[in-house]
Design a protein around this ligand. Structure first.
Ligand code: FRU
Length: 477
């Protein structure tokens, strides 16, 4: 939603209790709240931040402007979890209250060092002429959640980048702490920079160089880069805004993409034998994915279900955005596999054979099999006439999701259907439905397709239109 700058950048302390209560009331009235996805308490949720394991539990912070469905003065809100399925919000942790982040505590990441959490993020600072001066800054969080912001700026805007220099993501290679940061060159091309913490001192960062990732640099900005190490492969996951469709076909306003590589040369710095660029998700709205290499050896990732510069039907209720489920990443036959964590099974409350049904709670998981020779067509969120139409056609090698006939329509200029490639073989689908969110996983994570629908009353059925679809529905509520 477009709101005047004056409202979006109003200081947090200037919002009265009454105004905050009114916002809260409006948010509560929404019919579309998810029951097992992280949503903002109020206002806009965008990027996942500081996703980490610290002091025996997981933290997943989110970017938030708490006062409405717009990109305003951003802060970090903390949520904690033991199982990566149930998250509890513990409140705002990073407020935009320091001279180095006064116009927003933007995206960043976190790692445990000693018994504290080191947070590195972008301080959005604008001068009196509203010119932006991005600062990469730091903070400690202790076990009680107390924040101590650093006074020093860790990395200032380098000479070869514009004001678009943000989203530091920490990673470690052989015990050495590095950070990758999204940037825009002076001739307006997107790229990333790598820095190294000298002697692992978090106050002292040395530029290693501009990362060679094999890209053609058709994008104008690389937002939210991550370098993860998945089954021995460096994987770059990033959001290259404005990427030419010749490099990658995508339908959303901005892509969220990845490259899987053979090795990472920390000195050059370069990704060795990077794959072509690929979509991380084939759906309608996945962006700013953040992952981390966890101490248990697993690699976890989560994305914002939403996109910059897109309005949502929930805007009417003063909130916007949600997180995807937490996925575990792995590499199989050169492919990146992403699949929700095994603890998702704990949400299964009742089990039914998959069949048409006129009403559900719109909170369930489907596990389906579609034979190689069949074309299966079925609706979710069905009202007896229309629904979210899913067409699975292994013979043609495509799965298509069409949301044009169901719920409140929005983002129409980016099309109402999405397609993801399928192998010409029996297809397994796991579909997670959560009131206004769906996440479709093909063959246990070979592809993912995430999106939202905003059903109106009575749009909660399942209807098989053609083909043989066998499987199970697990109700979550
Ligand atoms: C991506 C992004 C980041 C920035 C943050 C601000 O969605 O634009 O680049 O740090 O959101 O909220």
């Amino acid at each position: 939603m477009n709101l005047p700058t004056k409202i979006r950048y109003r200081r947090y302390e200037d919002w009265s209790d009454e105004e905050k209560q009114n916002i809260q009331k409006k948010v509560s009235a929404s019919p579309w709240h998810a029951i097992y996805h992280v949503e903002p308490r109020t206002g806009l949720l965008n990027d996942p931040n500081g996703f980490c394991f610290f002091d025996g539990r997981y933290h997943l912070f989110y970017q938030n402007w708490p006062f409405g469905p717009a990109h305003g003065l951003k802060s970090w809100v903390d949520t904690v979890s033991d199982d990566l399925v149930h998250f509890t919000e513990t409140g705002i942790k990073l407020l935009p209250d320091h001279k180095n982040d006064f116009q927003g505590a933007y995206t960043g990441s976190a790692v445990q060092i000693g018994d504290r959490l080191f947070i590195m993020y972008t301080g959005n600072v604008r001068d009196e002429n509203w010119v932006r001066h991005p600062k990469q800054v730091g903070a400690w969080m202790d076990k009680d959640g107390k924040i101590e912001k650093f006074e020093d700026v860790l990395i200032e805007q380098p000479k070869d980048v514009t004001e678009h220099f943000r989203d530091p993501m920490l990673f470690q290679v052989d015990g050495q702490l590095f950070v990758i940061i999204g940037a825009q060159s002076l001739d307006k091309k997107g790229f990333t920079k790598i820095y190294r913490a000298q002697d692992n001192d978090v106050h002292h960062w040395v530029e290693v160089g501009n990362l060679d990732d094999g890209g053609l640099r058709t994008e104008y900005m690389d937002e939210c880069p991550n370098l993860l190490f998945v089954d021995g492969h460096p994987v770059l996951i990033y959001s290259p805004q404005g990427l030419d469709q010749k490099e990658l076909q995508y339908r959303n306003i901005y892509p969220n993409a990845y490259r899987i590589c053979k090795a990472f040369d920390t000195k050059k710095p370069a990704l060795i034998e990077p794959s072509e660029i690929r979509n991380f998700d084939y759906g309608f709205e996945t962006y700013a994915t953040q992952g981390f290499n966890a101490p248990n050896g697993k690699v976890y990732a989560v994305s914002w279900i939403g996109l910059p510069d897109i309005d949502s039907p929930t805007d009417a209720y003063d909130y916007q955005g949600a997180m995807t489920l937490v996925k575990e990443l792995s590499v199989k036959d050169g492919k990146l596999i992403q699949y929700p964590v095994p603890a998702m099974k704990t949400l299964r409350k009742a089990e039914h054979p998959f069949a048409s049904v006129s009403e559900t709670s719109n909170a369930y998981e489907l596990e389906l099999k579609i034979p190689a020779e069949e074309t299966a067509v079925f609706n979710l969120f069905d009202d007896g006439q229309n629904g979210l139409r899913i067409t699975v056609d292994p013979k043609a090698g495509a799965l298509t999701v069409d949301r044009s006939q169901i719920g409140e329509q929005y983002a129409l200029e980016y099309g109402t259907s999405r397609t993801c490639p399928l192998a010409h073989e029996e297809t397994t689908l796991n579909i997670f439905v959560d009131r206004s969110i769906f996440e479709i996983y093909v063959n246990k994570g070979e592809a993912a397709l995430t999106g939202r629908v905003f059903p109106t009353k009575g749009q909660s059925g399942i209807r098989v239109l053609s083909g043989t679809v066998a499987g199970t529905r697990f109700d979550f509520k």
